[in-house]
Design a protein around this ligand. Structure first.
Ligand SMILES: [Zn+2]
Length: 287
């Protein structure tokens, strides 16, 4: 059975309208993905949460509409060239009434393929012909400026560079602060050197779009030490995840995530040595 088109779901966050867009999903067996946690425990947690192994990992992107600025896209999904189970972002955008041409800014949480692979279409052209790209300076330094003879995985680095080529003269590097009016960069390093979250609004009704703080929500909220094989700095990724969990749970605010289960809005509450991710879309709608 094919999902024809998930209906767009919007939230009002202060002046901004936030819309979750699904690009699809990917699968990796937990045994290949999760590190730094006993596998027996990982499998038990996933099973108790009634989730499968291999998990179907959601790939979300977020559309932000703010008065006075053109549509902003946060991440682009992976595109169908990376995996046929992805690449649904263009049709999700159309369903939300937004054309690819109208996107003014594409903000990237980091440069892994499932976040930047949608930048270029199957013919090699820019998917967003009028958009400026925004990403963290450390992310650019690591993926785009390092010597290809010294990188751990030439293919991955090569793919990422290809995605950014059409945007070379319209890429803005940031280190923090407000990147477009109403969207604040929150550096969350570890998963990659320039991995960055973006905050909309303020106080308990604010939303932190936290990128890849989790890939397997049930497992990593219960076992915050559990990292992934893709973490560039595993120890820092764990520290950043724990700090972020604590801050968000204490504030009672919302999180959105590229690998949270669609529609990708949640709150966190502490539970035992870890946390529980509470699906937040109904809470937010009532608020
Ligand atoms: Zn990812």
């Amino acid at each position: 059975m094919q999902l024809s088109n998930a209906s767009p779901i919007h939230w009002q966050v202060g002046e901004a309208t936030l819309t979750t867009l699904s690009d699809g999903y990917f699968e990796i067996p937990l045994e290949h993905l999760i590190v730094n946690a006993p596998m027996e425990k990982v499998l038990e947690v996933q099973h108790s949460a009634l989730r499968l192994n291999p998990p179907r990992i959601d790939v979300n992107a977020y559309l932000v509409r703010i008065p006075g600025h053109g549509p902003v896209l946060i991440d682009t999904g992976g595109g169908s060239q990376l995996m046929p189970s992805m690449g649904k972002l263009p049709s999700a955008l159309r369903a939300a009434g937004v054309s690819l041409e109208s996107i003014q800014t594409v903000i990237l949480t980091h440069l892994h393929g499932d976040h930047c692979g949608g930048l270029v279409d199957v013919e090699g052209h820019a998917s967003f012909p009028n958009a400026e790209i925004v990403l963290h300076k450390a992310e650019s330094a690591y993926w785009l400026e390092s010597n290809l003879d010294e990188v751990p995985d030439r293919n991955t680095f090569g793919f990422i560079r290809q995605m950014l080529v059409p945007y070379a003269n319209r890429t803005r590097l940031i280190e923090g602060g407000e990147v477009v009016p109403g969207i604040l960069a929150v550096p969350l390093p570890g998963h990659t050197p320039g991995h960055t979250g973006y905050r909309l609004g303020s106080g308990p009704s604010s939303v932190l779009i936290w990128g890849d703080i989790v890939h397997v929500p049930a497992v990593q909220s219960t076992l915050p030490d559990a990292g992934t094989a893709m973490d560039v700095d595993p120890a820092l990724a764990v520290k950043t995840r724990k700090d972020t969990f604590r801050q968000v749970a204490e504030a009672g605010s919302f999180v959105a995530g590229m690998h949270l289960e669609f529609p990708g809005l949640a709150q966190l509450t502490s539970q035992g040595d870890g946390y529980r991710i509470l699906a937040g879309h109904w809470i937010a709608m009532q608020g």
